[in-house]
Design a binder for this molecule. Sequence first.
Ligand code: ASC
Length: 150
Amino acid sequence: MKRFFLVAAAALSVTVALPAAAQFQKPEDAIKYRKAAFSVMATHFGRLGAMANGRIPFDAKVAAENADIALAMSKLPYAAFPEGSDKGDTKAKAEIWTEGDKFRASAAKMQEEMVKLNAAAKTGSVDNLKAAFGPTGAACKGCHDAYRKE
Ligand code: ASC
């Protein structure tokens, strides 16, 4: 039994360590996956924005919950840009693959801002949330302007 678990654990670690492209059977699977992650991120980021902008009342617990989901989603999309996934139902620009380092830096910037936004949301202060929301949105926009087609 112990041996079974060791083998299962080893198999799992191999799966996790596979390169991003190998995790998707087809380019359209990667496209669907990254769009889903961005969509969930946008939904929960948007709820934080509604609180930051006073469109809905600030609630510290709700802010923390939304910030956790947005943060978790921010980590997911970038394993889902394998070569060949520039074609199909996607607005991804070719530059994602021709200037990969810049693209990844732009993604990392958003992820850093999302960590700060998460921390801000958890202070329980709407002013902290407001201060962190703008830079995070700017990081989203920076990547969209450079790497997303209209
Ligand atoms: C959002 C959302 C984005 C970003 C971006 C910021 O709420 O869904 O993609 O903010 O529009 O400019």
